[in-house]
Ligand binder design. Structure first.
Ligand code: FMN
Length: 142
């Protein structure tokens, strides 16, 4: 399948902006992008797909959003072995522990983190961050 899924949760829109720019990067490589809010997709949809991106801001105390994103990620983790997964999200005041924990979860599950680590930004994504998101989209499409 050529379509690249970019699944995200975003409370105030920062992570959503990142998701949309990742979708633009995918499109720039001539692939189809499906940028979708986590409540609009079931985790099993990604089961047979080798590469996709997941986005979530730091919530709780350096955690994923607990109602929708955490259960979704827990499902994906079960079949993450061998997949290439891009990670991204915004944070407010911490030191990105939520993202290093998230990367570690997927690495332990046998996945590769696309571009080596998740794309993070303090608050609203600036131009440099949006460029990194665009590049992540391109890498997903390769
Ligand atoms: C309930 C709640 C918990 C949060 N917990 C953290 C946290 O533990 N660490 C952190 O750096 N930011 C935390 N934040 C800040 C958000 O990660 C930050 O506002 C981010 O930009 C939100 O992204 P969004 O616009 O995609 O929702 C929290 C925000 C909320 C509303």
């Amino acid at each position: 399948m050529n379509k690249i899924f970019v699944v995200y949760w975003s409370g105030t829109g920062n992570t959503e902006k990142m998701a949309k720019m990742i979708g633009e990067g995918v499109l720039s490589e001539g692939k189809e992008a499906e940028v979708v809010e986590v409540t609009a997709i079931k985790a099993e949809m990604l089961k047979e797909i080798p590469v996709f991106a997941l986005g979530c801001p730091s919530m709780g105390a350096e955690e994923l959003e607990e109602e929708y994103m955490e259960p979704f990620v827990a499902e994906v983790e079960k079949y993450a072995q061998g997949k290439r997964i891009g990670l991204f999200g915004s944070y407010g005041w911490g030191e990105c522990e939520w993202m290093s924990d998230w990367e570690e979860r997927f690495i332990s599950a046998g996945a590769e983190i696309v571009n080596g680590k998740g794309v993070t930004v303090l608050g609203e994504p600036d131009k440099e961050t949006l460029d990194r998101c665009y590049q992540l989209g391109k890498s997903l499409a390769l």
